[in-house]
Design a binder for this molecule. Structure first.
Ligand code: GTP
Ligand code: MG
Length: 584
């Protein structure tokens, strides 16, 4: 369930206009155009306290409100595969026969697609009734009626003249080269972190596409479970998702249970006749197996369906080719949905949180500390927990502890899942903003120093209490699961991956210490966050050992020169790294 990253950053030419740092044009973050701004109704201002938590906050929506609104929107939305040559005006006029259209956008993924949101749900039935099932000549078709349509032109030559005005929404992150340029021309390291967030975060259109995909899968699952819901969770909705990240979905069958509990009036009680199986896990496996089969056989756009039913958390993995997502469908995974809500709250409490998490995730991906395949490496989820924990440890704290959020909860927030207390406040407007005014630059540096020196051998990271605790078991890295306290979310991380993380954290702390923002740079050298995303000295040395004839990289030369001329009190070891004492 891990994200695809921006790929390894390499040294890139910056083009003829690139100058030294002093010539950087102003690239102020005026607003977050993406999902969270829309969902939270929050706007960044170009001045004032934007980089701290002390800005006046406008009312922000609860996680459940966002999910409800988005789901309802998605149910009024259709996905249409269009011919490449199409007139937008005629297209909209044609669809308007079925009712008013709220909004629409086009994007490219295995051909041109349109996402069209009607104002009323009835328009969907009207469109479906006016749609035919194709005959494919010699091949037979399965006559499945969904909300994913093909639009054909009866006479293609009529449409060509107006086609040029069609604007496509981008569903993938910008290239490394583009990001590198934007970082280079940013005003400050704080600005760099905001720039990275602005460029990588999931957009409004991409969010709509994610909810639509869940809604299309829900239609299929509803053939068996009419009251089911399919909800997105994980980074698609917790505000830490990057364009291109996977789509985690939760098949929720509990609506049926809720309805049943209502039918208890009088002296009679009716229950459905059901089949029983020996365990909850087996029930989950059976349900997912059938839904996986349906997606494979009938699901338009669903390809590469894999049933991974023996995993700790059984899932069905597939790609929705038309939407462009790798999807992981799970059920009986309600705690993960609660974790998503918790992260959403943390992400919304202070404008520095998401900027820092995005940069750390990007840094980890650039250095192959995280991967899209499962293994002994740290996950994005664990990294996010580490950032939250670090922000709880600041003085004054930037984020409250989970226990504190629990004390603020009211009766309707009470939530026990499988015996675990998952209660915390859902109305984030009632949480007091932090008094802490530290800059992102400082926080980034301190994050690396903190985790470059953390006593991993004896301490555990615990966002519930926001303090280091004795490790209850011997895994190299222990991050307590916030809701299932006996579990370690980073149990998979081995000693060598942890060591790599620590070395890179120390190296990055040292690089940031060398940054002098007021000193004009003589060349187009990457600076600040961009410098941290380049291959590390340690990695470059390993590479150099492999390819002995290759000249020393520019970066090593720069670092060595910087060390020679460095008059600071930091001592350096022979690797060119700052020597940082360790408690571990
Ligand atoms: P990406 O890498 O962007 O996909 O981040 P993500 O947060 O979506 O992570 P992932 O897809 O791996 O997992 C989806 C969600 O499952 C997470 O957000 C968590 O809520 C939950 N999750 C993932 N790993 C663990 C784990 O080890 N323990 C627990 N309790 N929950 C997990
Ligand atoms: Mg995910």
């Amino acid at each position: 369930m891990a994200a695809r990253g921006v790929g390894l950053w390499t040294r890139l030419p910056l083009g003829a206009q690139a100058g030294g740092r002093v010539q950087r044009p102003i690239h102020r973050l005026l607003s977050y155009p993406g999902t969270v701004a829309a969902d939270l109704k929050r706007e960044e201002q170009p001045s004032g306290n934007v980089e701290t938590g002390s800005e006046d906050r406008t009312p922000q929506k609860r996680f459940s409100e966002v999910q409800k609104e988005r789901r309802e929107q998605a149910q009024r939305t259709v996905l249409i595969h269009c011919p490449n040559k199409i007139s937008e005006k005629k297209f909209l006029k044609y669809l308007s026969q079925h009712g008013p259209i709220n909004n629409h956008f086009f994007y490219e993924s295995f051909g041109l697609h349109a996402v069209v949101e009607f104002s009323q749900k009835e328009s969907i039935a009207s469109l479906q009734n006016a749609t035919r099932t194709p005959g494919l000549g010699t091949e037979a078709v399965i006559p499945f009626r969904s909300r994913f349509f093909n639009l054909k032109l009866k006479n293609p030559s009529n449409q060509t003249s107006e086609q040029s005005s069609l604007q496509c929404s981008d569903q993938s992150p910008p290239s490394s080269k583009r990001l590198f340029e934007l970082l280079h021309y940013a005003e400050s390291i704080d600005d760099q972190l905001h720039t990275l967030l602005r460029e990588l975060q999931i957009t409004e259109e991409n969010t709509k596409l994610r909810y639509l995909t869940c809604s299309l899968v829900e239609d299929i699952a509803a053939a068996y479970f009419p009251y089911c819901t399919v909800r997105p969770f994980g980074s698609s909705v917790n505000s830490f998702g990057k364009l291109g990240c996977d789509l985690d979905m939760f098949l929720d069958l509990d609506e049926l249970g809720k309805l049943n509990s209502l039918k208890t009036s009088g002296n009679f009680l009716t229950e459905f006749q059901v089949k029983s199986v020996p365990s909850e896990r087996i029930a989950t496996q059976k349900i997912l197996s059938v839904i996986g089969e349906c997606l494979d056989q009938f699901g338009p756009g669903c390809v590469g369906v894999q049933k991974i039913l023996n995993a700790r958390c059984p899932l069905v993995r597939f790609s929705h080719q038309a939407c462009g997502f790798q999807c992981d469908l799970t059920t009986n995974n309600r705690i993960a949905l609660k974790s998503s809500e918790l992260l959403y709250i943390y992400g919304a409490l202070d404008s520095r949180v998401r900027a820092l998490v995005f940069s750390i995730r990007c840094w980890a991906r650039a250095h192959s500390l995280t991967s899209s395949i499962p293994g002994a490496w740290i996950t994005n989820f664990s990294l996010t927990m580490m950032v939250i924990f670090f922000l709880q440890r600041r003085s004054p704290p930037i984020l409250p502890t989970l226990d504190y959020l629990k004390t603020l909860a009211d009766a309707e927030d009470k939530c026990i899942i499988e015996g675990h207390n998952c209660t915390f406040i859902s109305d984030l407007n009632r949480i007091k903003p932090s008094e802490n005014t530290e800059t992102l630059e400082l926080l980034l540096k301190e994050f690396f120093e903190y985790f470059g020196n953390f006593a991993y051998n004896k301490n555990s990271i615990n966002i519930r209490q926001g303090r280091e605790q004795n490790k209850p078991e011997s895994s190299p890295l222990h991050i307590q699961n916030p809701f299932e306290n006996s579990l370690n979310i980073s149990k998979n991380v081995n000693q060598s991956q942890l060591q790599k993380f620590v070395e890179l954290a120390r190296e990055s702390a040292w690089i940031l210490q060398q940054e002098d923002m007021d000193r004009p740079s003589p060349s187009n050298q990457p600076w600040g966050l961009a410098a941290l995303l380049l291959p590390s000295v340690a990695n470059s040395k390993a590479l150099a050992r492999k390819k002995r004839k290759r000249p020393t990289s520019e970066r090593i030369k720069n670092l060595l020169e910087s060390i020679k001329s460095n008059n600071t009190e930091n001592s350096t070891d022979t690797n060119g790294k700052g020597t940082i004492s360790t408690q571990a």
